[in-house]
Each structure stands twice: as C-alpha cells, then as structure tokens.
Design a protein around this ligand. Structure first.
Ligand SMILES: [Zn+2]
Length: 216
C-alpha cells in the first residue's frame, strides 16, 4: 500500500487518470496490486472508480487527492481502519455525543418509547464516512445496539446528505443550528441534563432518586 501511494503521487499525480494495466506494469508480480491501491481509500485517499466519474472509461480510475501519509508509520497506525479505539478515545466519543445514540437520540439506559421492556445499551462503533468531495474516511460514532443492528454493515455516513438536510431547514432552525455549531453543542436544558444523569445511575440509585422526588 505504501508503494502504491508513492506511485500515485510520483508517477500518476493528483487529478490524473490511471488504468489497471498501468498498475499491473508498475507492480509486476505483486498480487492484488489494484486492491492494495483501492485500500488507500480507507485512509482518506480520494480515488474515483470509473462508475462515479462519467469522463472515465471502464478500466480507468482517477487519483483525485492524497489522504493520510501512509508511508509515515505513526500516521498510518493512527488512521488504521482496523485499529481498535482506546478506552480514552471511546470515552471522548461518548462525551461528544452526550451519551446519546447518534441515530435515534436515545440515552444509555433509557427505555425505548415503543418497547419499555428494552433499555438502550450504547457503544462506540466504527463507520466509514463519505466526505462531500467523494473521499472516504473511517470515523468513530455512538450507536445503541438496536440502531447498530438495524444499520447494514456497509452503511456509510454521508456528509453530503447532512449538508443537503441543513439546506432544507427553516430560517429559525438554521439560526439555532448555527448557534449550536459555534458552541460545539446543543442547547441542553437543566431538565435534559438531570434526566441524562438520572439514566446513568444504577437501578438501585434510580429507585432512591425516584422515591426522594415522590416524597418532595
Ligand atoms: Zn439508537
């Protein structure tokens, strides 16, 4: 993969087209050289297949833009799609998501509205993410088990979709969204915060809180 990356940069050049035949000639005797080059997409390299660029012939691909410098061991390791996230990374992702599923918004430990016998278990999941320029990177995200099971394993987070949805917001909502973006978080009410803290308590502690509130 490192040799493929250097070949793209030095021999093909960003913005240019290359063919499967050129790959075969550049890496004689290397099995699946083409797949190794495709694997660079997992490191944020933007390599367009022929079916996503009408100007390309069937055997052509376009090297649009380089991504993570995979020849740098530290950079490659940090971006590796197979690397398991550390406990600290998972904690940071959970906190950024406010301990809520990014798909349905349920908090960890909360019962599902349509099934009160089932409470949400959150975990950090790795997902491919499609950037507006067509590049694909891997990201960590928080999902509840139910949403995770409901999403196919090939599901990609599509950043372009999010930008399109924002374009359809009413002006008031758009202003509110801009405020949240500047603050880096949603306006969370005192009630939301208390509810989320309550849900994170163990069952016995929730019981104690409930009776304290009932008595008050
Ligand atoms: Zn969910």
């Amino acid at each position: 993969m490192v040799r493929g990356a250097l070949w793209l940069i030095q021999e093909v050049g960003e913005g240019n087209i290359f063919t499967k035949e050129q790959v075969r000639r550049a890496f004689p005797g290397v099995s699946q050289a083409d797949r190794r080059i495709r694997d660079l997409r997992k490191y944020g390299w933007n390599i367009l297949p022929s079916n996503s660029d009408v100007t390309l012939h069937a055997d052509e691909q376009r090297f649009v833009k380089a991504g993570v410098p995979v020849w740098d061991n530290a950079a490659r390791h940090a971006a590796s799609p197979d690397k398991l996230p550390s406990a600290a990374e998972k904690q940071a992702v959970m906190e950024q998501a406010d301990h809520m599923c990014v798909v349905c918004g349920i908090s960890g430990g909360e019962a599902y509205a349509d099934d009160s016998n089932q409470t949400a278990v959150l975990f950090v999941s790795r997902r491919p993410m499609l950037m507006p320029d067509g590049a694909e990177v891997t990201t960590l995200t928080v999902e509840c088990r139910r949403c995770h099971a409901g999403r196919s394993s090939t599901y990609k987070i599509d950043v372009g979709d999010v930008i399109e949805s924002i374009a359809m917001l009413e002006l008031d909502d758009l202003r509110r969204l801009r405020r949240w973006m500047i603050r880096g978080r949603k306006e969370v009410s005192a009630l939301d915060r208390v509810w989320s803290a309550y849900l994170r308590l163990p069952a016995a502690a929730q019981e104690a809180v409930r009776s304290a509130v009932e008595d008050s």
